[in-house]
Ligand binder design. Structure first.
Ligand SMILES: [Zn+2]
Length: 261
């Protein structure tokens, strides 16, 4: 009896063995694919486990534009609500590195534009609560009124709670430039950050006014940007990451309820 006869014999007598073998083989292939896919998946939209929040600046007077201004009290209450329900503070660098537990829930605090209030108002609150934050600055705006200096940025980064990233050299939308000029300015902003604050482990970039195109996305990837932060998804692409703007009248408990779904 040769081997093919033996196999034929077995199949005729025990046909369920073929089914079991096929099922095991399929499960093994699926397992390998899932493992590979998981390992290579770029962080995207917080992976469903990181709530990425966007703030801008603070006022201690009347809140006239609640989408950009908030108050110290409201900010602290937002953060406390997140901590009270058991979310853990995560930095965007740890997020970019995939250095978090996918079975837990996190929040990441981000600020845009580099307002002085981030240093004067938010930084002490973040220190008090031991919460991390990432700030996207216009890298050429350090001497502008109401913006923090690179010296203040260094002080915040030394705390280990804050990291500073690129929000372009100036506060102008990406699509207002020819793509070559956009790329040059983008690279220029990362060079400025590195010169002023040292090497960044990841290149993180937040679009001014959330304005981007397929061309700027491709150009930024070409310039080595790891994560591109937007407020609306025009298309799906690796590293294109959504942030949720927290307005003065945003109810954090309601926002959390939609995140948990
Ligand atoms: Zn901005």
């Amino acid at each position: 009896m040769n081997s093919s006869h033996w196999l034929f014999d077995m199949c005729m007598k025990k046909p369920y063995l073929i089914l079991i073998t096929a099922a095991l083989l399929l499960a093994a292939i699926l397992g390998v694919w899932l493992l590979w896919h998981h390992k290579n998946a770029a962080p995207d939209d917080g992976d469903g486990v990181v709530l990425i929040l966007l703030y801008h600046t603070f006022t201690d007077g009347e809140v006239t534009d609640g989408s950009v201004f908030t108050t110290a009290e409201k900010f602290e209450r937002d953060i406390q609500t997140l901590l009270d329900v058991g979310l853990t503070s995560l930095s965007l660098v740890d997020y970019a590195a995939g250095d978090y537990d996918r079975d837990k829930r996190y929040f990441a605090v981000t600020f845009d534009d580099g307002y002085l209030t981030n240093y004067e108002t938010a930084f002490p609150i973040l220190q008090k609560l031991g919460v991390k934050a990432d700030i996207f600055i216009n890298t050429d705006n350090e001497f502008m009124e109401h913006h923090f200096s690179y010296e203040q940025a260094r002080e915040m980064e030394t705390s280990g709670l804050i990291a500073v990233h690129s929000h372009f050299p100036v506060h102008e939308p990406a699509s207002s430039y020819p793509v070559d000029e956009f790329t040059r300015l983008l690279e220029n902003s990362f060079e400025t950050l590195e010169r002023e604050l040292g090497v960044r482990p990841y290149k993180l970039f937040a679009y001014v006014a959330g304005d981007y195109t397929r061309e700027t996305y491709d150009a930024a990837v070409g310039a080595g940007v790891d994560l591109q932060f937007v407020q609306k998804k025009l298309f799906d692409a690796p590293g294109l990451t959504l942030r949720i703007n927290v307005a003065y009248d945003t109810d954090m408990t309601k926002l959390l309820a939609s995140f948990a779904q």
